[in-house]
Design a protein around this ligand. Sequence first.
Ligand SMILES: Nc1ncnc2c1ncn2[C@@H]1O[C@H](COP(=O)(O)OP(=O)(O)OP(=O)(O)O)[C@@H](O)[C@H]1O
Length: 317
Amino acid sequence: MIRFDNVTKTYLRGQSPAVENLDIEFARGEFVFLVGASGSGKSTLMRMVLKEVAPTRGSVHVAGKDLARIPSWRVPALRRDIGMVFQDFRLLPSKTAYQNIEFALAVIGTPRKVVRRLVPEMLEMVGLEDKGRRLPHELSGGEQQRVAIARAYVNRPSILLADEPTGNLDPATAEGILDLLAEINERGTTVVMATHDRAAVNRMRRRVVEMVGGVVVRDEEGGGYESAVEDSVISGHAEDGESVTAAGTADPADPTRPSDPTPAPDGAESADRAGRDHVDEVRASEDVLEEDLIDEREAQHLDADDAAFAEDEEDHR
Ligand SMILES: Nc1ncnc2c1ncn2[C@@H]1O[C@H](COP(=O)(O)OP(=O)(O)OP(=O)(O)O)[C@@H](O)[C@H]1O
């Protein structure tokens, strides 16, 4: 489903790679946890799957397609088949829960009748059937994340990427979100979830891929959050004494940010970047909405491989 062949990503010349010599495959239907300290390359890996970031070396295949060979005009179709969930939910603030989910269908030109059936179905699946009219700020964090998951899943993507989806939630709420992701996985979607949520990983016992400085140091079926591997930062092995960088050399400054001259406090930098990305994303998605709504042809052409939607249309005839 997703394959990285010897992938290295270096953002800036002279900087250490964010991801280095990555050789890994995630099979269809798998549930994979990506763990590792802040800056270890988890988001970079996921952004490469979305073709938001291009590898500096090596190739990424998604659903059998080499992403380097997908022309830019086909990228929206690629992303249509990949749901994305973020730590900060990223709902459109002026749209209700219902409209946020509807939006994901509208941008691909789904017929109105199908939208009217699917959105309530999704709201029910995430347990919010009575809260469709609420704006995001009228929902709790856990409820907002449920809407975000409904929006990510409503197109029945083959892949769901979740970047710290429980990061802003209390433990009980986080458990509910995780159960929802597990249900989506049981329905056949491949789920890749980057997380610092120890309880989630330990409860689920799924495949765990641990990264340190852009390198995979552990790939374990049914693994827990802590690991026995020597390079592990999250389990504390590299914290006292010598730290380990991507290249396996000591970097006492910060093992997870070997190239950063002045590393930001954990999370601050990525939160800042996430904020900027979010603004860009909202702008981009609003542009897409306009384009796609104007382009009525889209409404006639649900993706050939989107069998679920084709069936839905049949139901309505
Ligand atoms: N757009 C960018 N430009 C330059 N460097 C970047 C960019 N994005 C990420 N990096 C660097 O790449 C490395 C890996 O970052 P990445 O965001 O992939 O880590 P992460 O494991 O997802 O971290 P977190 O858990 O904080 O989200 C870090 O050193 C980071 O500073």
